[in-house]
Ligand binder design. Structure first.
Ligand code: FES
Ligand code: FES
Length: 128
């Protein structure tokens, strides 16, 4: 299968690989798996007092497209509000990376991971 240059770039030079303190109150952690292939993605966001996402990190055990999708979304997330982050759609990711149809579920994983990270963050803020 031919990968697009953007996938290869993010795969070879992934942005924002790593971890944030998952116990911090302003950090949301999303951990999701793809039933289709068993790949796992962990995405974390750190939200500032102003409600803006100031940092994002990921670790993905999966294919090149999943790694590229998570790398790309960590770049997109920084500087966004929670509502803007929630609006990121897997098709935006698939389009940006020119994913072939069989790899679209890899971008779904990234969208699910964003939503899971937001849910975790909001659950934590609710018990403030
Ligand atoms: Fe997920 Fe290939 S099927 S790594
Ligand atoms: Fe399953 Fe990419 S996440 S093949």
């Amino acid at each position: 299968m031919a990968y697009s240059d953007k996938v290869i770039d993010h795969y070879e030079n992934p942005r924002n690989v790593g971890s944030l303190d998952k116990n911090a109150k302003n950090v949301g952690t999303g951990m999701v798996g793809a039933p289709a292939c068993g790949d796992v993605m962990r995405l974390q966001i750190q939200v500032g007092d102003d409600g803006i996402i100031e940092d994002a990190k990921f670790k993905t055990y999966g294919c090149g497209s999943a790694i590229a999708s998570s790398s790309l979304v960590t770049e997109w997330l920084k500087g966004k509000t929670i509502d803007e982050a929630r609006a990121i759609k897997n098709l935006d990711i698939a389009q940006e990376l020119a994913l072939p149809p069989v790899k679209v579920h890899c971008s779904v994983l990234a969208e699910d991971a964003i939503k899971a990270a937001i849910e975790d963050y909001q659950a934590k803020s609710a018990i403030a």
